[in-house]
Design a protein. Sequence first.
Length: 314
Amino acid sequence: MTVHFKLAAAAAALSALLAACSPAADKTEGGEATATAVQASADVQPFKVGTLDVIALRDGGMTGVPNDNTVLAVDRTPQEVAAVLTAAGLPGDSFDLSIQPLLVRDGDAVVLIDAGAGAAMGAAAGKLPASLRAAGVEPGQVTDVLISHGHGDHVGGLVDANGALTFPNATIRMTEAEWAALKADASMAAVVTAITPKVETFAANAQVTPSIKAYAIDGHTPGHTGYEIVSGGERLLYIGDMAHHHVISVQRPDWTIQFDGNADLAEASRKAVFGRAADGNLRVYAVHFPFPGVGRVRREGETFVWVPEAPARP
């Protein structure tokens, strides 16, 4: 999503979010932080990928975004969009979008995938540091931040309200093409200045940690990437902004999304990735689907449907 959209949408009412704390990390005799059991809450959802501990972390979201033919289906009428929403049991006049970065403990690495919006959306986001602490992790313990792309709701949280690094000890990693695009975005100049000393780039489809490989998903931005997390024969595909809504984007992957830089390429990517996920029964993590954003995609006729792994948390 673009910064401009987030600033406009932030005025929409955000549903109340409940914070809950879980036990902090234990310390070994050597003083290193070790993972403990994390309690699920409205903002924290732990699960496993093979032997890896993975945690969905709520940053915020937008509720009541109008179905006004400007966002999820710019080439369709509001009536067409409403018909798909209501058939799925949702209101037809508006929709909601969540924001939930993902934490992965990969050996000694504490990896955060995307950094949320930070102050870029005002009251509609910025919960990530609190959600992280509720999962037993201090921001200073994050070793790596993997960025899917440079839109403000994914990189705004890299800095705090004072412009300081939110994750001061982390290396910030993104594709070479995405870093070039981010540096060229004048609206993100302050973020770029703050993070430049911490950024390391990688080529498309690179292995970025022992268990996480970048997965190029073209069309949204010049270097947009997903991440495939693999452990013990299990895998989870983090799709970034390949899709925004769990009904519209999945059931109508060929509808044009406002935020996609190359609409034709983005639509082809949605069809290809959803097809691979459905045919391979692949677990998917969607940063903007209802929290906690993990589930699978099933073929239904000529299209797809989203099957969440757990009930959505409001």
